[in-house]
Design a protein around this ligand. Structure first.
Ligand code: ATP
Length: 213
């Protein structure tokens, strides 16, 4: 039996935007992923509480992935109603799907803070790490994570399939200069609509999120 490869795409998604969607689509094209699973956190220990509620962030993700083959949303972290630690989520998924290979997707901005993650070393005992570039961040320039990259990076994505954890692969994607911070700040500017799936933009308007009156 060929094992299933699941890309885990965690984040706050406050809100999910076209930068996230582009990355997920690109990774499905470039890597042998069977699924990209979006996992909104309940609350990260490294950032302020979200503006939209956990349920609203989940709703927006459901709208964004509607009709998209191979995209799923996992509400496990939200249901825990607690600080979300990626290591706990990965261990939970491994127990639920012992034969699946889990590839954790993160942006370069998140990787540079990887050593602040709870039990970060343990994560590579259960999953591979896929890092995508993000405007303004050059992974190789960050001293704090340089040692992990030297030890764990593979340049050949085919090697990822030979084991189900322990390697880091940097996937080059065209940088998309969109962030949720900028969307929350500029939501009343009509140009923001171009950075969001239309259904998510409508949801934000109807639910008067991010300061819409
Ligand atoms: P915020 O501005 O609130 O920090 P964000 O746009 O970074 O939000 P998150 O939900 O925090 O979105 O990000 C989830 C994941 O998606 C992270 O790994 C982040 O690096 C990645 N990501 C988000 N936007 C982009 C983008 N435009 N290009 C590459 N990676 C991105």
């Amino acid at each position: 039996m060929t094992k299933k490869i699941i890309g885990l795409f965690g984040g706050t998604f406050d809100p999910v935007h076209l930068g996230h969607m582009y990355i997920a689509e690109k990774l499905l094209e470039e890597l042998p992923l069977d699924e990209v699973r979006f996992i909104p956190c309940h609350q990260s220990n490294l950032r302020d509480p979200s503006i939209a509620s956990p349920q609203q962030r989940l709703d927006m993700l459901q709208l964004a992935i509607a009709g998209k083959h191979k995209f799923t949303v996992d509400d496990w972290e939200i249901k825990q109603e607690n600080i979300s630690y990626t290591i706990d989520t990965i261990k939970h998924l491994k127990e639920k799907m012992p034969t699946a290979s889990l590839w954790l997707i993160i942006g370069a901005d998140v990787f540079v803070k990887f050593k602040q993650w709870h039990r970060y070393r343990d994560i590579l005992n259960y999953a591979h790490l896929i890092i995508v570039n993000r405007s303004g961040y050059l992974i190789r320039d960050y001293v704090s994570t340089h040692d992990i990259l030297i030890q764990k990076q593979t340049l050949d994505p085919e090697l990822l399939e030979q084991s189900d954890h322990g390697s880091i692969f940097c996937q080059d994607v065209e940088p998309v200069d969109i962030s949720a911070t900028e969307i929350r700040r500029d939501i009343t500017n009509n140009a923001v609509a171009e950075k969001l799936p239309a259904s998510v933009y409508d949801y934000i308007q109807s639910n008067k999120l991010y300061g819409i009156t």
